[in-house]
Design a protein around this ligand. Structure first.
Ligand SMILES: Cc1cc2nc3c(=O)[nH]c(=O)nc-3n(C[C@H](O)[C@H](O)[C@H](O)COP(=O)(O)OP(=O)(O)OC[C@H]3O[C@@H](n4cnc5c(N)ncnc54)[C@H](O)[C@@H]3O)c2cc1C
Length: 431
């Protein structure tokens, strides 16, 4: 595969792919339907560049917890029962076995660590991504989260990675804005964060300088196929031809794939942020509130509280109960926020595959069509690794990681999938 590459979507996946391809001399056009880049899920997220908590969405524990949370209106997780969700949920159930969750967790651990390394390298090479590298804190309100944190730290130590469990006094000394009534916390000194909009706009600028054409206000309606290949994108700005096409359209990849006759089970995992002006109540580094799954991220001039995971398709309605739950968690853990007026509210749809793994690579039956989506809760961290892999595939190089578990066509048939998948998992676990 060579020649002109057309990338559909200007979020973290699309822009990092364009940048990585252009660095290797490819001719790339990005088609983005919005006014600018990073205007959907890639803008308002928590900005954590994190290799901690790299658990797949589908696991026996997550399944149990999800069912428990379903009935609480202010819980961090929600699923709106709908007939259209049934195929996704069946696949989610199949992926939630201990063996598959273990293999997925192993891959996510690798992807997130590679993502963290990529961000550090690009920043060290002088690209102004706004990366800050002071680390992350976990804040535990309950003994149960403290014990889960202890187990995570032990696993990290076994891999030679840092992690330090802190008692309440040590935690307060390190971060005085935290509540004195926490059960404890953890410091992960190797983690990083950034303002995602600054990061992607800066990368888009660097990509443009390398010759990438970013065409905004161009929506791809479907892909024209001829002789088993995609020959053009049919768009609101006319027909745009190319040699290789990459669908990196976040949760809308599913709609685009369907219009092209392909099946991609990507569901929207809605999340929110509430922003407050920067003040003495803001922590100096991101704080992950393990009991509520809310993250407080200090960004230039403001503090962002992000959280919740609502499996609700493409629905973008705002649920005030969950917004209140995010703010309440922030006030419990960072008591100086009490009474501070929010200055911003945002929601975004995480593109989620049923097994919690990205959908990355070529579509076998359409050799010049690749997919890069399904980054779920961690696309800012792992999107750049996807970009690296997509670049390697397009150039015909050996991928830096085995890509079998991320194959975008792995969900094609509910009947034949488990048999094929078991063989794949066997390889992955052994490897
Ligand atoms: C509350 C919240 C907190 C998060 N926190 C973190 C975090 O701390 N760290 C982390 O790593 N990740 C985090 N994430 C996840 C991360 O934001 C996503 O995984 C990532 O942004 C997905 O990027 P994307 O490029 O795949 O999708 P998007 O950012 O949604 O980009 C897709 C783009 O494609 C465009 N598009 C769609 N259809 C078409 C079409 N037909 N034609 C042209 N363009 C099209 C869209 O306009 C959009 O710009 C969080 C997400 C949420 C919601």
């Amino acid at each position: 595969m060579n020649g002109d590459v057309v990338v559909i979507g200007g979020g973290v996946a699309g822009i990092t792919i364009a940048y990585e391809l252009a660095r290797h001399g490819a001719s790339v056009t990005v088609l983005e339907r919005r006014e600018g880049v990073a205007e959907e899920c890639s803008s308002g997220n928590a900005g954590m560049v994190a290799s901690t908590h790299a658990m797949p969405l589908a696991s026996p524990g997550a399944l149990r917890e999800g069912l428990r949370y379903m009935w609480r209106p202010d819980s961090p997780f929600y699923l709106r029962p709908r007939a259209q969700m049934v195929p996704w949920l069946l696949r989610y159930g199949k992926a939630s076995t201990p063996g598959r969750a273990r293999a997925a967790g192993k891959l996510l651990t690798e992807l997130t660590q590679m993502g963290l390394d990529w961000h550090r390298k690009v920043h060290a090479d002088g690209l102004e991504t706004g990366l800050r590298t002071r680390g992350h804190l976990d804040a535990y309100e309950s003994q149960g989260s403290l014990e889960a944190g202890r187990a995570e730290i032990e696993q990290r130590h076994a891999r030679g990675l840092p992690g330090e469990l802190l008692n309440p006094e040590e935690l307060l000394e390190l971060e005085p804005s935290l509540s004195p009534s926490l059960a404890g916390g953890a410091l992960y000194s190797d983690q990083a964060w950034l303002d995602p909009e600054i990061f992607i706009r800066s990368l888009a600028k660097a990509a443009t300088a390398l010759g990438v054409k970013i065409r905004n206000r161009v929506e791809v309606l479907d892909l024209e196929r001829r002789g088993g290949r995609v020959v053009a994108a049919r768009t609101t700005a006319g027909r745009i031809s190319g040699d290789t096409f990459v669908i990196a359209a976040g949760v809308w990849s599913q709609t685009l794939a369907r219009a092209t006759g392909l099946y991609l089970p990507v569901e929207g995992g809605k999340g929110y942020h509430v922003e407050m002006p920067d003040s003495a109540a803001s922590p100096q580094m991101p704080v992950y509130m393990a009991d509520s799954r809310v993250v407080a991220t200090p960004l230039p001039g403001r503090l962002r509280l992000s959280g919740t995971f609502e499996l609700d398709g493409l629905d973008e309605r705002v649920d005030p109960v969950r917004i209140r739950a995010i703010t309440a968690a922030g006030v419990r853990v960072l008591p100086g926020l009490r009474g501070v007026e929010p200055t911003g509210l945002w929601r975004g749809l995480r593109p989620c595959a049923p097994d919690g793994l990205p959908l990355v690579g070529p579509i076998r039956e359409v050799p010049n069509l690749l997919v890069a989506t399904g980054h779920g809760i961690g696309g800012i961290t792992t999107g750049p690794v996807t970009a690296q892999l997509i670049g390697e595939v397009i150039r015909g190089e050996q991928p830096s990681l085995p890509m079998e578990l991320m194959r975008p066509d792995r969900f094609r048939s509910l009947v034949s999938w488990p048999r094929r998948e078991r063989a794949v998992m066997g390889e992955a676990v052994a490897g």
